[in-house]
Design a protein around this ligand. Sequence first.
Ligand code: 6CS
Ligand code: FE
Length: 325
Amino acid sequence: MTRRAPIRWLRRSEGGVMAKLEDIYPSRVKAEPEVAERRDPVVYSEWSETAPITREQTEFFRKNGYIVIENAFDANELGLLQNEGARLSSGTANLEPETAITEPGSGAVRSVFKIHKQSDIFWRLAADERLVSIAQFLLGDEVYMHQSRLNYKPGFNGKEFYWHSDFETWHVEDGMPRMRAVSMSVLLNENTPANGPTMFIPGSHERFIACVGETPEDHYKQSLKKQEYGVPDADMLAAMANETGIAMPTGPAGTVVIFDCNTMHGSNSNITPFPRSNAFLVYNAISNRLLAPFGPKKPRPDFIAAREDTSKMKPVAGRISRQAA
Ligand code: 6CS
Ligand code: FE
């Protein structure tokens, strides 16, 4: 039984009249976790021969909430991306200070955010037609970059990302209205079963897990290092994992793992010598731009949740090269 969510006022007036917007995915408001059915499509477009992915890939994504695209980028492109990734974490890239996140317990770089705005090469990757065309197809709309980040998961020091749904955070803390966003993880190093690849619970995207616990002030300052709010409870996770198992896509650098904004995922710490650096690009539908957060009053900063530049992305064809960045 889907409990009707409390009516909430839209904090952005439409032509002077405050429109009411129902929060259909309330979370962090109850003392007990809850499960609600997804109330949004997974694939927003009809498949046809002109689609950028096969019918099988489309149906796999609809059912499981993720797909794997192999060999999307060639060795030359990967060399450019890997060198650029190293430059961004070197301390000499003149980054916006808040965008570089270190690992809890060490000074190792955990993530660099907003890479599409701080690097021509990563801007070019984000705008690549091979990625944007799939995002447009899955979301059935023009798209913009909601968030980009390079998660380095360095050898020995790369700590885990506990289980979570990105959408739960993006809805509660960023005001993302509906499930109409998709993440693309471009593997810059080989992801093996040993060095902390992203794990998914297949089919979990079809349920919205409402979490407990009130969001702390400036939560992102903690959550980007180690997320402790907006994470599902163990019973819920166990039930889902027992139902459909845990998938752990691995593959060589150049593989792209695409997953729905609401697919439950996480990854283990990396105690191997081999880094697991992946570039994450989050495409949001133009029709799904952020409103006021459904939880805390204060929106998160632009480097995590784009509000300043939500212009539609124009896909760029061809291979990534130093000149064409
Ligand atoms: O809060 C966020 O937006 C970030 N946190 C996680 C664990 N995944 C999505 C994103 O990187
Ligand atoms: Fe995530």
